[in-house]
Write a protein that binds this ligand. Structure first.
Ligand code: NDP
Length: 473
């Protein structure tokens, strides 16, 4: 019997998505380049399920009912191209290829053009939620031709996470838009993780909280309407774990050098190319880079001393201030991510619905959070909102809490604790809200050394001044 869906790539994500698809009533054919993975899967988790193993791409393609719907879950980059090249001669017009990996959106654009010229359809679908999400309901971000999406809609709406107002999937837009949105989702995830890391550092180093107090603080924050989220929840869980041998908090035994796979860097590169300011996300990527030069930092620690003073603080007040600083910073980080999506949408013709982007991130994915309902509401109320900071609710929150936020950033500076994402968020807020910035001087300098000209605030036109001649009389 022909299967209604096919999946290539049985690593963590592929296995779990295959089981999710089968559980939701869609018999599935699977294929993996290395036979052993398929055999192990069939002998273990797929046993007794409506999963058909195949051992060549010819057998795999023949097992699928036309038009074929094939989800590719292999390593991003060259492997996706390799799989597509092998599949091309085996497919028929109308067949739909879906790339569910973390592909660069530009690669997806290229593949879409290449395959659609052959009469095939291509969907670049961001998948978030890690292995648990893949199995029980991820957030899905499919981009490509709308008619192709409609053919897979009955499947993706069932396998996605479900929230109060629907499944965490929607048609994102044409071409590489699905992978673009997933990339920005990951950039926002970098920002969230760095902000939480900075809150932890401050609470521990300045506030003097021990592991149990850290656990209780994050668990309490997770109960709040504002900070309730998957990442705060797992942070509280992490503080429950001690090393079985030493009884030390396990997190304190982990090397402080963070890895990255590239989606954060891509977000930063795209923002720079599009001219969108995303300082919190840039700070988060930089923080991972700085953390990774561990040996050099260890040597520098012997040479470069800081203030060495821990300011005496009232612990309860400080915890509340850090919570406020975290929330204000988080609002700024999301404001940047949404502004980037808005600019990309205009530039690339994606036609993104920002309220829908927030909605499909409410469940299944790593950045899922109660807070996303507020963002959904802000863009539903005003789809043309220029910046999230101007949404009434967020505006009031920041105005009410900025004193605490400033105090936390000042305390960090005075005590020598780096808080790059907290500071970048505050700088973003202050730069965005100040009517006059010092770039009048920048313009004067550019005109001085490069005759780049400038505009004036008191009269229209373009001006150039012979600065050196005037300065020297
Ligand atoms: P990996 O990224 O580790 O990729 C491993 C899979 O790719 C294996 O099935 C492997 O086959 C296959 N593969 C590698 N090279 C080739 C090739 N040249 N030809 C054919 N197949 C190849 O797997 P994951 O499950 O972690 O991720 C899959 C995709 O999903 C990636 O793009 C990843 O970035 C993305 N993703 C991952 C998440 C996660 O939490 N892990 C979350 C969200 C997205 P073989 O067994 O033969 O080596």
């Amino acid at each position: 019997m022909a299967q209604s869906f096919g999946l290539i790539g049985l690593a963590v994500m592929g296995e779990n998505l295959a089981l999710n698809i089968e559980r939701n009533g869609f018999p599935i054919a699977v294929y993996n380049r290395s036979r052993d993975k398929t055999d192990t899967f069939m002998a273990t988790r797929a046993q007794g399920k409506q999963v058909q193993p195949t051992y060549s791409l010819e057998e795999f393609v023949a097992a699928l009912e036309p038009p074929r719907k094939i989800l590719i879950m292999v390593k991003a980059g060259g492997p996706v191209d390799a799989v597509i090249e092998q599949l091309k001669p085996l497919l028929a017009p109308g067949d739909i290829l879906i790339d569910g990996g973390n592909s660069l959106y530009e690669d997806t654009e290229r593949r879409t053009q290449d395959l659609e010229a052959l009469g095939l359809t291509y969907i670049g679908m961001g998948v978030s939620g890690g292995e648990e999400g893949a199995l029980n309901g991820p957030s899905l971000m499919p981009g490509g031709t709308r008619s192709a999406y409609e053919k897979i809609e009955p499947i993706v709406t069932k396998i996605a996470a479900q929230v109060d107002n629907g499944p965490c999937v929607t048609y994102i837009g044409p071409g590489g838009s699905g992978h673009y949105v997933k990339m920005v989702h990951n950039g926002i995830e970098y920002g969230d993780m760095q902000l939480i890391a900075e809150a932890y550092d401050l609470l521990k180093t300045v506030g003097g909280l021990n592991q149990a107090q850290l656990q209780a603080t994050f668990a309490a924050w997770n109960q709040t309407d504002e900070l309730n989220s998957f990442l705060i929840e797992i942070t509280a869980e992490i503080f429950k774990v001690s090393d079985p041998d030493t009884q030390e908090p396990l997190v304190e035994l982990i090397q402080d050098a963070a890895g990255q796979k590239g989606t954060g860097r891509w977000t930063v590169m795209s923002a720079l190319e599009l001219g969108v300011s995303i300082p919190t996300i840039i700070a988060a990527v930089n923080a991972r880079i700085m953390s990774s030069i561990k040996a050099e930092r260890t040597a520098a620690a012997q040479e470069l001393s800081g203030p060495g003073l821990i300011a005496p603080v009232d612990q309860a007040t400080f915890i509340d201030q850090v919570r406020d600083a975290l929330y204000c910073s988080k609002i700024c980080s999301y404001a940047q991510g949404m502004a980037l999506l808005a600019k990309a949408s205009a530039e690339f013709g994606y036609g993104l619905n920002l309220a829908e982007m927030a909605r499909i991130w409410k469940g299944g994915c790593i950045i899922r959070a109660g807070f996303l309902s507020k963002i959904e509401r802000a863009f539903t109320d005003n789809p043309q909102l220029p910046n999230l900071l101007l949404a009434p609710e967020f505006k009031q929150t920041i105005l009410d809490r900025q004193a605490a936020w400033r105090s936390v950033v000042a305390t960090a500076a005075q005590t020598g604790i780096a808080v790059p994402a907290f500071s970048a968020s505050l700088d973003y807020f202050d730069s965005y809200r100040r009517d006059r910035l010092p770039q009048n001087l920048t313009q004067a300098q550019r005109d001085f050394f490069g005759a780049h000209t400038y505009e004036r605030i008191d009269k229209p036109g373009t001006f150039h001044t012979e600065w050196a001649a005037l300065a020297n009389g």
